[in-house]
Design a protein around this ligand. Structure first.
Ligand code: CUA
Length: 359
């Protein structure tokens, strides 16, 4: 039911569902349950308070609006009309006990449910992972893009795969005969300021904090693309720090991982573009595995062309956008950390042609 408007624009221009009410993963499901529960308790309290209030307003209103004309309880000014104040109650033990104990029980009940939800959401990555089908990855928040390092797949170390902005993970088979459960454990760090990883249908927010390591997990039986975005203000382009998590079928995931582990393709047809790229300062910030480009500051471009988006997920990856980007990134994403290098039109074309071959 894709029916909520959404924060994250996608290259395909499809609105993606990011409703926390449509979870596809256990932590997100626990959070939805907690939301419903707390809302129901709150609505119950509201109903009781308003019920008592309305009852009192109606029951004890001054009868007819004839106003105060003197008189008292013993001798009303008008027969049948009560004009005196109702009896005043000072210090009633039963009432005091009732309104102390009842909220206490409610708060205790809410605390217990919240603690249980926390335990369900904050499952720590088991260690060691042997014999588990887990996927582990490190996520590093940067101004304003995401770096992913896939470390272990099915309990086995992989040749670390470094990619950006688009995370691929395998679908989990729980409930399906013979298919393994495949949890995903993420270790979250920041390269600069605080960010927050939030793909609402998969799990709650987890912050990426400089100098600190956080963890989160999710797993889902439903393949597809799930989007989200950085949920902690992190500077000028916070709104363009979009998250894309692809839940792949086992075959697609295996193919993706195998491809990502390879060094970059070297297509002789774009040799000139490769040479221009390697001769420019591009290499100070970007890595293309298999070449001399080993910069770590910007996104790894080894398999750039296998992604649907770039620039923190804000731009669809195609020749036109990439050329505009290389000509002047500041025009496309003001204050991003890549400057314009004043390259000639020819060189921009050559570099773009080369980058677009990096499947
Ligand atoms: Cu990163 Cu907001």
């Amino acid at each position: 039911m894709p029916n909520y408007l959404l924060l994250a624009a996608t290259a395909e221009n499809v609105l993606q569902d990011v409703s926390t009410l449509h979870p596809v993963s256990p932590p997100a499901d626990s959070i939805r349950y907690l939301f419903y529960f707390v809302t129901a308790v709150g609505a119950g309290i509201l109903a009781v308070v308003w019920g008592v209030l309305l009852y009192s307003l109606v029951k004890f209103r001054r009868k007819r609006s004839i106003g105060w004309r003197g008189g008292d309880e013993q001798q009303p000014a008008y027969p049948g009309v009560v004009t005196a104040e109702p009896p005043q109650v000072y210090g009633s033990m039963p009432i005091e006990i009732a309104w102390t104990v009842a909220p206490g029980i409610i708060v205790l009940m809410l605390s217990l449910v919240i603690v249980r939800t926390e335990l369900e959401v904050r499952i720590k990555q088991p260690s060691p992972l042997q014999g588990s089908n887990a996927l582990t990855a490190t996520v590093i928040g940067h101004q304003w893009w995401w770096e992913y390092i896939i470390e272990q797949n099915g309990g086995q170390n992989v040749n670390p795969v470094v990619t950006a902005n688009e995370l691929h993970v395998p679908v989990s088979g729980e409930g399906t005969e013979g298919a393994p459960t495949r949890p995903v454990y993420l270790t979250l760090k920041s390269a600069d300021v605080c960010h927050s990883f939030w793909v609402p249908r998969l799990a709650g927010k987890t912050d990426l904090i400089p100098g600190r390591v956080n963890q989160m997990w999710f797993q889902t039986t439903q393949p597809g693309l799930y989007v989200g975005q950085c949920a902690e203000y992190c500077g000028a382009q916070h709104a363009n720090m979009l998250l894309r998590v692809y839940i792949d079928t086992p075959e697609n995931f295996a193919a993706w991982l195998a491809n990502e582990q390879k060094p970059a393709v070297s297509d002789p047809a774009v040799r000139a573009g490769q040479q221009v790229f390697l001769a420019q300062s591009c290499v100070n910030c970007h890595t293309i595995r298999g070449t001399t480009a080993k910069g770590k500051f910007g996104p790894d471009l080894t398999h750039l062309a296998s992604r649907a988006t770039f620039a923190g997920g804000m731009l669809g990856l195609n020749q036109e956008n990439l050329e505009k980007w290389i000509i002047d990134p500041q025009k496309m994403k003001p204050e991003c950390l890549m400057p314009a290098f004043g390259l000639s039109v020819r060189n921009v074309g050559l570099i773009t042609d080369y980058l677009m071959t990096l499947k």
